[in-house]
Structure formats: C-alpha cells, structure tokens
Design a protein around this ligand. Structure first.
Ligand SMILES: Cc1cc2nc3c(=O)[nH]c(=O)nc-3n(C[C@H](O)[C@H](O)[C@H](O)COP(=O)(O)OP(=O)(O)OC[C@H]3O[C@@H](n4cnc5c(N)ncnc54)[C@H](O)[C@@H]3O)c2cc1C
Length: 808
C-alpha cells in the first residue's frame, strides 16, 4: 500500500469509483480508493440499475444527462461490459393534476433540449401493452432512459481509473481520519496508514460513520427499499417477438411504482408509504453482501394499484423479492462538496440514484477539487445547504417524508409538514394567532400569508385559496403600510480593523460610508454570481451584511475560505441572535416617526441610510430600505426585543390600517420592481451584467476584488444573457420558475421566477434570454401548464419606475 497519495477516496460503490475516475480523467493520477470489502459491497450491488435524465431541477437534470451520456465512454475505455439497455421510458399520470405536473416537468426540459413528449393513454398503451389505458389520463415519453448492470458499471469506472494510474485497495477499511498540522490527513486503515492531501467521503451506507470520524453528523439516512422480479411472462415474450425490442421503463406516479423488463419477465419496485429506515443510529460494519428480509405486506397497497394498472402482473409468478438499504438526505438530493470548517474533507454521499447521478457527482466533485469550482450550478446537491438544524432526528423525519412522497406531487404552494416546527422566532405565536400560514426555510418557520379564519392553503398548480388575501396584503403595502417578519434572512457581523479592506476584496461594490448601505454582489473567480447582499456600515470596522437565509452555510464556507488569517477581521453568522421586522408603504415613515425622537425625514435619514437607534425602549438597527420597492424600513433587533417591537409597530400603525404581510405578498411586490432574488435570478450561472447588477460592480475601484478580471471581460464582451421581465397573458395560473420562453415559436430562454403582481394586477414572469434578442419587442410567449401564452417584455418596472416613492 502507498504511504502517500494526493487523494484518498473512501468507498468503492458506484459513486466512489466515479469520483476516482473523474479525478484521473482530469489529470490527478496520484489517487487511491480504499474499499473495506469488494467494490459494490454497499447499496450498489443490489440496485435495480435504472437511469434517466428527467429531474424536477434542471441543474440536477443536466448532471443526470451527463451521467447517462458517459456510459458508452467508460464501457469503451475500460473494455468492461456494463450491460447497457437504452429502452426509453414513460412517466404515467392517472389524474389531471398529475398530468399538469408532468407538463411542467416536460416544459422545464425543453430549453435543455430534452427530447421528451406527451402521449395519450392509447399511444402509451401501443408502446407499453402491459398497461391498462383506462387507468391513465396521459403520459410523457422520454427516449433517454434505460438500465444497466450495477456491478459492470462500477467496475467500468474502476478499470478506467486504474488505466489512468489510480490505485484501488480492496479489503482495506478506513478506521479513522486525523488531520495533521499542515492540513493533510492521516488515513488510518486496518492495513496501515496513508497520508493524503484530500479525503473524499463516498461511504454510502457508512457515510455517517465516515463523517463521525471527523466529528461530523451528515444528514443522511438509509431506507429499506424493495422490488420484485417476476417469472417469465408470456405477454413480455410476445411483445419482444413482435416488436423486436424490450419493453420500456415506466414510472406510474399515482401507483407509486416503477417497472422495467428483466430477462423475460418484469421488475416492479415501489416507494411505499409505510416506509422503514434501516439502521437509524449507526450502520453496522459487519453488514456485507446481504439482503434484508422481504416484507411484501408493507408494499401491498402500492402493488395492488400496480397490478390494477398493469393487469398482466396478476397472472405472473414472483421469482424474487429484493429488499436492500440505500441512503437519502432530507430532500433526497446528494450531499456533495467541501465540508465547511474543514480543510480538504470532501463529501460525495447520500446519492440515492447512483446510476442517474453518479457520473455528474464525480464530474462536479473532481472539478471542485482540482479547479476550486464544480463547474456547474450544484446548489441543489451542495452539502452546505443544510445547517446545524439538520440533526439526526430531523434527518430521520424528513427522509421518511421524502421517501414516502418520492412519487407524490409537490405543489408549488405546498409546504411539507415533517420536522416542523423546529426553529421559531419570539413572535411566532403572535403571528400564528394572526392567521399566519408558515413555510419552513433553513429550518425556520416563516409567515407566507395571513389566512382569514376557516381558510387554508389548497395545494394546486393554479391560483388558489390564498390569492385574494395575498392580493389584499400587497395592496395594503402599496396603499398605506404593511409589517412583515424578516428573520429568515442571513445576517453576518463583520468587524475589526481589517473588515473594510476584506469586504472590499470580497464584494464588488464600493464600500459605503458610515451610516450608509449598498447592494453588494459577490463573484467567483470566473465572474459568476456567488452571492448578493446588502452591506451596511454601522461604524469604523463595524459592518452588517444581510443575505439569503438558505445560503448561510454556503456563504460562510466561502467567507471562511477567503478570510484573512491575520486576525484583523472577525466574522459571525448571527442566525437568530439578530431577528427582524420590516415595514413598508407610503405611511411607513409616519409609523416609524412615532417611535423615535430622531428626525426620519428624507434629508435627515435618506434612502439607504442605516443607524443604530432606539425605537420606543428597544435598541435596534434601522435601515431605510425595502425589498417591496416602496418607502420602507428594515429593523433588526436582539430576539428579546422582538415581541415588544412587534406590538409597538402594530399599535403605531393602527391609525393607518397597518396590515401583516408574508413572503408571498413580498414576492408579488418585488416582481413589480423587477428585483431579483438569490437562487432564482442570481445564481452561479450568471454574470452581474447578465443579471442586471452591473451598477454595483465597481470595476474601477482600487480593490482587486474576486472576479474583477472576469467582470471586466463580461463588460467588454457583453456576456451571453439578459434578465428580462415579461407580462404574461395568464388566466388562472402563474409561472413558478424554469418554464421555457419562446421567441416566434422557438425556445430561447427560461423563467427564473414569477407570480401575480397584485397591486399592478398582472401576471409577471422574469427570466433569461440571449442578449442578441433581449430587446426584441414582440413575438414572445411562455409555456405554462401545457399552454403557450403571449408575453410582453417590460422596459421598466411596473411600480415606481423613477424610484421617487422609494427615495421620497
Ligand atoms: C433495492 C434497491 C434498488 C435500487 N435501484 C436503483 C436504480 O434503479 N437506479 C439507481 O440509480 N439507483 C438505485 N438504487 C440506489 C443505488 O444503489 C445507490 O444510489 C448507490 O448504490 C449509491 O452508491 P454509493 O457509492 O454512494 O454507496 P454504496 O454502494 O453504499 O458504497 C459505499 C462503499 O463504501 C465502502 N465503505 C464505507 N465505509 C468505508 C470505510 N470506512 N472504509 C472503506 N470502505 C468503506 C462500502 O463498503 C461500500 O462499498 C437502488 C438501491 C436499492 C437498495
């Protein structure tokens, strides 16, 4: 065994072998994979081997597409047969709602060039005669689906990596990981020690244990999963004979089952409602090439539907039932990337669809390790999307929910209940009493809207029970004044004599003067957006940075990586140590003025001013800014003052009819100003010029901020895209995001977000289109739930285009 290696990959399942292959493919050949048993001895060996490209998240779909396209390459390169069957596949819907959902998935795939299309039940039956067409309302056909041999595929990655110079040590168990002073790792195995610059946790079923070796509790849990294989079926043999091909894959969403041909019979699996975690606390090290006891009773309700939808199964004998464990994160997506707070400890685990995603995970991780960037927008898979709220018990609750809902519809307005409420702010019960309907984000309960008594969210693709109330909340802000809770934003205190110089290098904006705020984009080296913040200078060496709540760990990882080591800057994610309220609307100043003796007139406290001030008896930080685009104030306080300030603001606003509003009304309001939002309009896919943030990118400032050269280059070349706002001729539904944008019938762009702009009374869609056509005035349309709707580009914001109200 080698004593030193650049990288030690821990785990020889399909994911570990893919990571190893990609590292060697991109030139790192001093790499080693350590496997405690044989390759595939975790969840990989008993997988059904199915793979597909379609995914609800286009960024994940891109990596799935890459994975599927890679198979021929590794088979040819390694000479290892991977048993590839590209059968194509279909997703079936037996309700109209489900069909609506499929249409939205199909539409999302359009701008990626996915060649999928809709089928009638009869067309579906013609392609897959085992199904009963009367049970379905329609289907989506996907030509890029199939299955392969899990063993052959894993070995093809491994052989390719070996061919490129990698070493693989079998029957070698990593027992501990100890970081040395120089940042390198002692990888302690039962066969000796390897010193490695980097370690990668591809431990699959044991990923938690490999995390615990370094004090990490990764949010990952294994679930039992069953599929059955039938005896030979005459219907299958007959189809193969007459059609000259295999039967295709099917996912029957309402039956919650998937099926494909296996030899002359069929394989049927299900994500059952009565699901069961496996080894919830710790995975036994002596678990090997074993299966779990079959428990057909648990999956009987789903099989009954399956057998009704595919009647030929009723006559088929069952040859085998496979029950094996495999791992999930709370949202079902992998946990990939560098782990915050550690040097060169990488995660590539919780990959529940290793044969659809393993290649993409290997590609992204190898890019990240070698080039410092995954090369794709992988936020949906980033290990940093979970903070410390994702404990063992939280993970258990969420994984069970996710597993049992794997084939369920998630409506755009649907909030899932497991693991909630977890984090709440002091005004939670007061908001609840006022009718708040909460959503959970990054573990925190946040009001979405305030429902009248007896009204609740009806989950739907179309406008729903909240529509009128959200409209009234938005209009209250535009007409008078509204109050909302803003604790869900991430807040960072940046202090110290080196704080300003550090921020100047980290952020693209000019540093504000004391008492002022500014918008502050943050770029990667390649000039793409990695953050957008509001930066407030409270005093010399005293800054408050406000950003996206869901990205707190993601941004902290970036900040900490770039923090100067000389101790001149202190950085703290305040989380709920600082909570917020905001008021907005033309009467906002009159409300605020009642709470302070300080002069809040525009000359004394103008737009983008910020200062510490007492409101009533409570100390607070007040900024004159509002994401609603109206006259407004953001108020930050210690949690112990929040209840008091909430009551005080409501009392002061009573004479103006102050109204509580939630995140849904805020979305409607910011759309009227064409304000972008992190993870929608602003992502690591876009440059600041493309995103319309170029005025906050001070390419002429002295500081050599990260991404400056690339930002200058973008300015010279003009980038590739432009962000545009459209008004859509929508009748009873609004866009959510990822719908295709057409120009004269051709797909040319995609929606990033949208909704109904209540105060303006129009449906709005925001999205990216190529710069060359960005100023075309007519011929635009957007696909929404299978309909092509006319869209009119907006040259200026719908509300207060001159900014007079906001600044006045
Ligand atoms: C019944 C069933 C059906 C499935 N069907 C499909 C399907 O159709 N399509 C699909 O894409 N996916 C399917 N899956 C899921 C698929 O199996 C997983 O996504 C995949 O196996 C994950 O691979 P992995 O490499 O992350 O983990 P694993 O396969 O668990 O590999 C982890 C490896 O790490 C090794 N290891 C762990 N700790 C150490 C250590 N300390 N030292 C050394 N080695 C260590 C283990 O021995 C193991 O070999 C199915 C799973 C099951 C159970």
């Amino acid at each position: 065994m080698k004593s030193h290696a650049r990288v030690v990959v821990i785990g020889g399942g399909v994911v570990g072998c893919s990571v190893l292959y990609h590292l060697t493919k991109f030139g790192w050949t001093d790499v080693v994979l350590v496997e405690r048993s044989e390759l595939t001895s975790g969840s990989t060996w008993h997988a059904a081997g199915g793979m597909h490209t379609i995914n609800g998240d286009p960024n994940v779909a891109k990596l799935q597409k890459y994975t599927v396209e890679l198979y021929k390459e590794i088979q040819d390169y390694s000479g290892q047969d991977i048993g590839l069957h590209m059968t194509s596949g279909m997703m079936l819907a037996s309700t109209k709602d489900r069909f609506d959902w499929m249409k939205s998935i199909l539409a999302k795939g359009r701008y990626m060039g996915l060649d999928a299309h809709l089928l009638t039940p009869k067309e579906a039956h013609d392609l897959m005669p085992l199904l009963d067409p009367d049970q379905f309302v329609g289907a989506v056909f996907d030509p890029v689906e199939g299955h392969l041999d899990p063993y052959g595929t894993t070995h093809a990655y491994a052989k390719s990596a070996r061919k490129n110079g990698a070493d693989i040590y079998l029957h070698t168990k990593v027992e501990d990981l100890v970081q040395r002073e120089d940042g390198s790792w002692r990888v302690i195995t039962d066969k000796g020690e390897i010193i490695a610059e980097h370690v990668v946790n591809c431990g699959g079923l044991w990923a938690r244990e490999v995390g615990r070796m370094v004090g990490l509790e990764l949010p990952v849990l294994a679930m039992e999963h069953m599929y059955l294989i039938t005896e030979d079926m005459p219907e299958v043999i007959e189809f193969n004979r007459t059609a000259g091909r295999e039967l295709m894959h099917c996912v029957d969403f309402d039956g919650e089952i998937y099926l494909r041909q296996e030899r002359n019979g069929m394989l049927m699996g299900t994500y059952e409602k009565a699901c069961r975690p496996w080894s919830p606390l710790a995975t036994p090290w002596n678990f090997g090439h074993e299966l779990l006891a079959e428990d057909i009773e648990r999956i009987t309700p789903e099989l009954e539907v399956g057998f009704r939808h595919f009647p030929a199964f009723n006559k088929a004998g069952i040859r085998k039932v496979i029950n094996g464990p495999f791992t999930f994160s709370p949202d079902g997506n992998p946990l990939v990337g560098p782990v915050r707070g550690m040097t060169n400890y990488w995660s590539a685990c919780a990959v529940m669809a290793g044969f659809s995603q393993g290649g993409g995970v290997g590609l992204a991780l190898a890019n990240w390790m070698i080039h410092g960037d995954p090369g794709f927008d992988v936020f949906a898979m980033d290990v940093s999307r979970y903070g410390d709220f994702a404990t063992l018990a939280y993970t258990n609750a969420k994984v069970r929910e996710n597993y049992s809902r794997r084939f369920s519809i998630r409506y755009p307005n649907e909030e899932l209940p497991a693991g909630r409420p977890l984090l709440t702010t002091p005004v939670y019960d007061k908001l609840k009493e006022a009718g708040a309907v909460f959503g959970a984000s990054y573990g925190l309960e946040q009001p979405l809207w305030f429902a009248p008594k007896g009204v609740e969210d009806h989950f739907s693709w179309r406008r729903s029970t909240d529509f009128d109330t959200v409209g009234a909340e938005a209009k209250a802000v535009r007409d008078s004044v509204g109050l909302m809770e803003t604790s869900g934003f991430a807040k960072y205190a940046v202090k110290g004599e080196g704080a300003e110089a550090w921020l100047d290098r980290l952020l693209t904006c000019r540093m504000p003067a004391t008492g002022r705020m500014t918008l502050a984009p943050m770029l990667k080296d390649d000039g793409k957006l990695i953050g957008d913040f509001t930066l407030a200078k409270l005093g010399e060496g005293d800054f408050l940075l406000i950003g996206s709540g869901i990205a707190e760990d993601y941004h902290m990882r970036w900040f900490e990586t770039h923090l100067s080591k000389d101790g001149s800057v202190t950085l703290e994610a305040l989380n709920l140590a600082l909570v917020g309220l905001a008021i907005a609307g033309p009467k906002a100043r009159e409300v605020m003025q009642k709470l302070t003796h300080l002069d809040l007139s525009t000359p004394a406290f103008p737009f983008m001013a910020v200062r510490r001030m007492d409101l009533g008896m409570a100390p607070a930080i007040v900024g004159r800014v509002s994401y609603t685009g109206d006259l407004g104030y953001e108020i930050w306080m210690k949690p112990q003052y929040q209840r008091y300030l909430y009551d005080l603001l409501l009392e002061a606003g009573a004479e103006f009819g102050i109204r509580l509003f939630g995140l849904r009304a805020l979305n409607a309001l910011r759309l009227e100003k064409s304000y972008g939002s992190w993870s929608r309009e602003y992502r690591p896919l876009y440059g600041p010029l493309e995103a319309g943030l170029e005025r906050f990118v001070a390419v002429k400032k002295d500081a050599d901020f990260i991404g400056k050269a690339a930002a200058k280059a973008e300015r010279e070349s003009g980038g590739a895209l432009r962000l545009r706002t459209f008004i859509l001729d929508a009748k009873d539904a609004d866009v959510i995001g990822d719908e295709p944008i057409y120009l004269n019938g051709d797909v040319r762009g995609w929606v990033t977000s949208g909704g109904y702009a209540h105060a303006a009374g129009v449906s709005v869609a925001v999205g990216y289109v190529p710069k060359e056509i960005a100023d075309v005035e007519s011929g635009w349309s957007i696909e929404l739930l299978g309909e092509i709707l006319a869209a009119r580009p907006q040259s200026e914001p719908l509300f207060d285009p001159s900014g007079a109200k906001m600044r006045g």
